[in-house]
Design a protein around this ligand. Structure first.
Ligand SMILES: Cc1cc2nc3c(=O)[nH]c(=O)nc-3n(C[C@H](O)[C@H](O)[C@H](O)COP(=O)(O)OP(=O)(O)OC[C@H]3O[C@@H](n4cnc5c(N)ncnc54)[C@H](O)[C@@H]3O)c2cc1C
Length: 454
C-alpha cells in the first residue's frame, strides 16, 4: 500500500511523490501484524534485522519513544529506507501469502517522522574517546553507516567525499521526487554535531593518497560504491545523445539542489529511449516526464515478467510491476536486443533492435534466448539513456595502494588497516543492503582498532 500525490500534480515538480499518512488511515490489512512466532519479515526479509512486529506494536500504541528506540537499535538511518526501500520485509510478511502484507515501510516512515518531530534524534558524543582515528572514504549510505557506528564506539571519524555534498547515490542518483535531499542534510547535521568530520570535494587517490591515509589514520574504510556503468558495445555507440543514466539523473539533481544552473543533458522535446527496466531506468522515465520529453520508451532485453509470480512466498516475486514513475508516462517494450545505434551528422536518430525468443528454466524464470530471424526493427531516438546496472570497481593505483585486489566481479575486500563496505564490497545493490553490510564491517573495524597496541 502506498499513498501518492496525483499524477497531474506531481509531474510539475520534483517534490516527493509519496505522502506520509497516519497509521489510523491504513486499511485494516495494512496494519494487521500477526506478531508471528517466527517473523519472516525480519528473519529473512530485512537485511538490517529491524525488530518489525515490536516496532509496529509500539507504533500502534502511540509509544513513539519505544518504537524509535527499537528501530534505531538496528538501523542507523531509517529515514532513508522508509522512503526508498523496496521493502524486502513486506514481501516476506506472512500476510503476503494472500497478497496483503502489512505496510511496514510506511509504518517505519511514520515512526521516523514522529522521532524527528518529538526530538528523539539527537547528536551522540561518546563519553570517552578511544584515541583511535578512522578515515571513511565515500559518504553514501555505507560510508555514513560506518562513520556513525565507529563514532558511537568512541573512535574519531573523518569522512572524505569526492562530491560537493555527502549522500552518495542517494543524493546524486535517486531523484528528489523519491528522496528529498533535506532528509540527508538533516542527518548530516546530526552527525556533524556528533563530532564526525566531513571533508567534501576531496577525492581520495587524487587529493589524498593511500599512503597519507594509512599514515594519518589507524584504519581506512573504503565505501566508494560500484561506479562503473554497464555499457552496450554496438555499432554507433560513439554517437552524441547516448548517455549513462546516472549522468542524466545527477545533472537534474544538481540543478534541483542549486549546485549548477543548467542541465548538462536534457530530455525536453526529445524522443527518449531508456535501455533497462530496473529502478534506475524508472527514475529516468520520471525525470524525462518532468523535463517534458516528446516521447519516452523503455526497452529491455528481458521478456515481460508474468502478472502472477511463479515463485512461492517468501521468495522475492518475479512479476510485472509498475513504478510511480512508470505511472506518469512512457511505454515499455520487452525482449529487444540493441543491435546498432544509427545517426545523422554524428547525432543519434534511431536504434536498431531485434526481437528475442526466451526459454524458461524450471523455476519459471527466463534462462536463455535466441534472436528471432528477420525481426529487426527501428526505434526513433534522439536521447538514449543506458540504465543497465553497474559493474563494480575498477583496478586503480588508489585501490592497489591499500594492497587490495579487485575480483572478477569488480568487488574489493579487506587488507587491514584497509576495509571495504557497501556496493564496492557486495556489488551493486540497495541502500538497505549497503547499510547492513557497513553495519557488519564497522564491527570488524572496531575489533581491529581495539586490538592495536597503545
Ligand atoms: C539511479 C539509482 C536509483 C536507485 N534507487 C534505489 C532505490 O530506490 N532504493 C534502493 O534501496 N537503492 C537504490 N539504488 C541503489 C543504491 O543507491 C545503492 O545501492 C547505494 O547507494 C550504495 O551505497 P554505497 O554507500 O555502497 O555507495 P554509493 O551510494 O555509490 O556511495 C559511494 C560514495 O563514495 C564516493 N567516492 C567514490 N570514490 C571516492 C574517492 N576516491 N574519494 C572520495 N569519495 C569517493 C562517491 O562520490 C559516493 O558519494 C539506486 C541506484 C541508482 C544508481
Amino acid at each position: 500500500m502506498s499513498f501518492y500525490r496525483s499524477v497531474a500534480e506531481r509531474v510539475n515538480d520534483y517534490e516527493e511523490v509519496e505522502l506520509s499518512i497516519p497509521i489510523e488511515e491504513f486499511s485494516p490489512y495494512a496494519q494487521y501484524c500477526r506478531s508471528c512466532g517466527i517473523p519472516f519479515c525480519y528473519g529473512i526479509g530485512c537485511p538490517l534485522g529491524n525488530l518489525i512486529p515490536d516496532i509496529i506494536a509500539f507504533a500502534k500504541a502511540g509509544r513513539w519513544d519505544r518504537a524509535w528506540a527499537l528501530l534505531s537499535s538496528t538501523s542507523c538511518f531509517p529515514e532513508f529506507t522508509s522512503k526508498i526501500c523496496p521493502a524486502l520485509c513486506e514481501n516476506a510478511c506472512s500476510n503476503n501469502v494472500s497478497n496483503y502484507p502489512v505496510s511496514i515501510r510506511l509504518i517505519e516512515k511514520m515512526v521516523v517522522d514522529k522521532a524527528f518531530e518529538l526530538g528523539y534524534v539527537k547528536p551522540f558524543i561518546p563519553a570517552k574517546r578511544s584515541g583511535r582515528t578512522v578515515a571513511v572514504i565515500g559518504a553514501g549510505p555505507a560510508g555514513l553507516t560506518i562513520a556513525e557506528k565507529l563514532n558511537r564506539y568512541g573512535h574519531l571519524v573523518t569522512v572524505f567525499e569526492k562530491s560537493a555534498y555527502p549522500g552518495g547515490l542517494m543524493r546524486y542518483g535517486i531523484p528528489n521526487f523519491k528522496l528529498d535531499k533535506k532528509t540527508i542534510d538533516r542527518r548530516i547535521e546530526v552527525m556533524s554535531a556528533s563530532e564526525i568530520n566531513f571533508v567534501c570535494s576531496e577525492e581520495a587517490g587524487v587529493d589524498v593518497s593511500p599512503a597519507f591515509l594509512m599514515r594519518n589514520y589507524d584504519a581506512v574504510a573504503l565505501a566508494i560504491g560500484a561506479p562503473i556503468p554497464r555499457d552496450i558495445k554496438a555499432p554507433g555507440r560513439e554517437l552524441s545523445g547516448i548517455h549513462y543514466a546516472l549522468d542524466f539523473l545527477s545533472s537534474q539533481n544538481r540543478v534541483v539542489a542549486g549546485e549548477v544552473d543548467a542541465l548538462e543533458i536534457s530530455a525536453e522535446g526529445k524522443d527518449v529511449v531508456v535501455i533497462g527496466s530496473g529502478d534506475t531506468g524508472s527514475d529516468c522515465v520520471g525525470t524525462s516526464v518532468r523535463q517534458r520529453a516528446k516521447s519516452i520508451l523503455q526497452i529491455d532485453i528481458m521478456p515481460a515478467p508474468p502478472a502472477q509470480t511463479p515463485t512461492v512466498w517468501p521468495d522475492w516475486p518475479y512479476k510485472y510491476t509498475t513504478s510511480s514513475s512508470q505511472e506518469e508516462g512512457g511505454s515499455r517494450l520487452w525482449g529487444k536486443l540493441t543491435k546498432a545505434f544509427e545517426g545523422e551528422n554524428g547525432v543519434i536518430k534511431r536504434i536498431k533492435t531485434i526481437d528475442l525468443e526466451w526459454s524458461y528454466g524450471a523455476n519459471g524464470k527466463p534462462a536463455s534466448f535466441k534472436e528471432i530471424p528477420n525481426s529487426e526493427s527501428y526505434i526513433n531516438a534522439d536521447l538514449v539513456l543506458l540504465a543497465m546496472g553497474f559493474l563494480g570497481v575498477a583496478k586503480t593505483p588508489f585501490i592497489e595502494g591499500f594492497g587490495l585486489s579487485v575480483s572478477e566481479r569488480g568487488m574489493i575486500g579487506d587488507n587491514p588497516p584497509a576495509f571495504s563496505a557497501g556496493d564496492c564490497r557486495t556489488g551493486q545493490s540497495l541502500v538497505v543492503r549497503a547499510m547492513a553490510d557497513a553495519h557488519n564491517v564497522s564491527g570488524k573495524v572496531h575489533e581491529y582498532l581495539i586490538s592495536l597496541k597503545k
